[in-house]
Design a protein around this ligand. Structure first.
Ligand SMILES: NC(=O)c1ccc[n+]([C@@H]2O[C@H](COP(=O)([O-])OP(=O)(O)OC[C@H]3O[C@@H](n4cnc5c(N)ncnc54)[C@H](OP(=O)(O)O)[C@@H]3O)[C@@H](O)[C@H]2O)c1
Length: 321
């Protein structure tokens, strides 16, 4: 089968599309014929091997050389102990281990996957899993009238965070590059901040919730932007900031009565089904930036890394029989 192959950590130049053996599902796995896969910031991190947490899948080189975590496709075969899916079922979801999706086929345990809502395209379904589950968890406590700031708002996860926060009645400030401001307003942001011109963490007591997809600031700075009782949730960013947030969170809670912590987004079928239903009902929809064929995955990864994607980058797998 055709697949993207990444033998070492590096840049998009270090990946190639080539032929690898088609995977054979074990007893408890299903084989999915992939129709579309979407990219996330985590794919860029897993390609680079940076931040350090991206090396969980292999310290020196990726154990599974095929990148890509979010897929939608058709069940091609099932292992002997799998009862919930049958060949022909249409599924989507995030792959365990965040790898294996940029290929014609993947063999995976079915527990994280959900049935694709009828009427939803494979391209749209592939764009949902990681970004949607981040958005669902990040906005769980949002109340009408809350002021929410989303840092790193214009990328894969941010656009659905904005959409869900708006749906829940929040007033949203979106932080990203200046040239994404029009896009961010179009998808619902009430206010935008160009991170090259203004540091949002210099604002005082303005937000009930800060969702940080690009954590680079000390926890002792970010909490000042929160209103009393507010919460800062770091989704991704530098490893040292992650540790600082984990260590300082309890102190800040005691001293300032504000919650500063990491947002843990487990790979969850229940969350996926919840956000999939919101998309199927037209409540929110993932923003698809560009679609590339599998053979041009290196360009797709370069586009993700090139500082200009808005929403989701999707790779489609042409179906040839
Ligand atoms: N906590 C969890 O359980 C969990 C689960 C899954 C994923 N994650 C993490 O979540 C993060 C998700 O990111 P994503 O998929 O949304 O990434 P993304 O698609 O790369 O989006 C990041 C956005 O931030 C923008 N940006 C760049 N520099 C910035 C700055 N200095 N200030 C503000 N924004 C800036 C980027 O713009 P340009 O593209 O123009 O540079 C881009 O629009 C990743 O770090 C991933 O590892 C966490």
């Amino acid at each position: 089968m055709r697949a993207v192959i990444q033998d070492r950590y590096g840049t998009p130049e270090d990946v190639a599309v080539g032929d690898v053996p088609e995977p054979v599902p074990s007893d408890d796995q299903i084989l999915i014929r992939i129709r579309a896969a979407s990219l996330n910031g985590s794919d860029r991190e897993n390609l680079a091997g940076r931040p350090f947490y991206a090396r969980i899948a292999g310290l020196r080189r990726p154990r599974n050389p095929i990148p890509g975590s979010d897929v939608a496709g058709v069940v091609a075969a099932v292992g002997s102990s799998v009862t919930e899916y049958a060949p022909g079922d249409e599924v989507y979801g995030e792959l365990a281990g965040y790898r294996g999706g940029l290929a014609e086929y993947v063999a995976t345990p079915p527990r994280l996957l959900a049935r694709k809502p009828p009427g939803m395209s494979f391209t749209e379904a592939a764009a949902i899993p990681q970004a949607g589950c981040i958005a669902l968890r990040a906005t769980r406590a949002v109340r009408p009238g809350d002021r929410v700031l989303v840092n790193g708002a214009g990328g894969s996860g941010g656009s659905l965070v904005i959409a869900l926060a708006k749906h829940l009645g929040a007033e949203v400030t979106a932080v990203d590059r200046a040239d994404k401001a029009d896009f961010l307003r179009r998808i619902g942001a009430d206010e935008t901040i160009d991170f090259e011109k203004e540091d949002w963490a210099d604002r005082r007591a303005e937000y009930d919730l800060v969702v940080d997809l690009f954590g680079r600031r000390s926890p002792f700075r970010v909490h000042r932007a929160l209103r009393p009782g507010g919460a800062y949730r770091m989704v991704g960013g530098h490893t040292r900031i992650l540790f600082a947030v984990l260590l300082a969170g309890p102190m800040i809670r005691l001293a300032a009565r504000k919650r500063v912590g990491m947002l843990v987004v487990p790979q969850s079928r229940t969350d996926l089904e919840s956000v999939g239903a919101l998309v199927a009902d037209g409540v929110v929809s993932p923003v698809i930036d560009r679609v590339f064929p599998l053979e041009r995955s290196r360009t797709a990864l370069a586009h993700l890394a090139a500082e200009d994607h808005r929403g989701k980058v999707v790779v489609e797998v042409p179906q040839v029989d």
